[in-house]
Design a protein around this ligand. Structure first.
Ligand code: KMH
Ligand code: ZN
Length: 277
């Protein structure tokens, strides 16, 4: 029986604190959320940080403090976002690796992102992939559309496996401009992973907004793992705001148990993903 890796993405770069008061934006709020989410079953935390005005930032000093605080208060695998906000320049996104996280995200192509464009040029992707390997950082390849899986196949064949040798991808579905967040898309992407990526490649899936539940339930049924969190959805149900990230992790853990896929411990996740000792 395959256990379920749960990643929590508590903050993101898009929601406003003024509109979503439960969003963790300060370091204290983030660490409190992380502690609660680990207790609820998360093994990985995907981190975006905010400045004193609650705006997204890739400030290196803050990122280093965040990694240190999360390591001190939790045993979670710390995954920093290299995606940042759509307005962040490539140089700042590459510098994220200098905060020495366990993992970092690596988005596999450009995608329309609401009214913006989330730009990921091929040369930038290659640079990120190589720098992560040199720094012993495990990538999570973010897949917003089907062509991103083809790009990952090309990346691995031209530039080799990531640090640790294991390939883990995350389907981010339901972004306005990307692939739909529905059952058919999850199963089609899972099939493409099996056909085109190295044997043993694992995937997780997350659905934005109201697509969160169909994506979560289909991923479990298809043998995939889960990402949940307020980066991706701020509604627990129709017209019911999310109270906390732990509430979403708890629901994911309950769905996993129902699917006979109990949550994966952090120690198991470190082995699976090939995180450095
Ligand atoms: N905020 C999005 C523009 C990632 O974290 O790597 C990018 C994103 C993906 O969230
Ligand atoms: Zn993110």
């Amino acid at each position: 029986m395959t256990s379920t890796l749960i990643t929590v993405a508590p903050t993101g770069a898009e929601s406003l604190k003024s509109q979503v008061p439960a969003l963790p934006v300060s370091l204290d709020e983030l660490v409190t959320a992380a502690v609660e989410c680990e207790a609820a079953g998360a093994a990985v935390i995907h981190v975006h940080i905010r400045d004193d005005d609650h705006a997204p930032t890739l400030d290196l000093g803050r990122l280093k403090d965040t990694v240190a605080a999360l390591r001190e208060r939790t045993s979670l695998i710390v995954q920093l976002s290299s995606g940042g906000a759509v307005t962040d320049p490539e140089s700042d996104r590459l510098r994220v690796l200098e905060a020495e996280p366990d993992m970092a995200s690596c988005t596999m192509g450009t995608v329309n992102f609401g009214d913006g464009v989330f730009m990921n040029r091929w040369e930038f992707i290659v640079d990120l992939h190589r720098r992560m390997r040199d720094a012993a950082i495990v990538p999570e390849y973010e897949i917003f559309d089907i062509g991103h899986l083809a790009s990952l196949e090309r990346l691995l064949s031209q530039h080799g496996l990531p640090f640790g040798g294991h390939v883990h991808v995350d389907f981010v579905l339901g972004v306005p401009g990307g692939a739909a967040g529905d059952a058919e898309t999850v199963t089609a992407f899972a099939d493409a992973v099996r056909r085109h990526l190295p044997s043993g490649t694992t995937f997780s899936a997350t659905g934005i907004g109201r697509t969160t539940l169909p994506v979560m339930l289909t991923s479990l049924a298809a043998g995939g793992h889960l990402r949940v969190g307020m980066e991706d959805t701020v509604s627990y149900a129709r017209r019911v705001p999310v109270e906390s990230n732990a509430q979403l992790v708890k629901r994911a853990a309950e769905a996993s148990a129902l699917a006979q896929r109990p949550v994966m411990t952090v120690a198991e996740a470190r082995v699976l993903l090939g995180i450095r000792g």
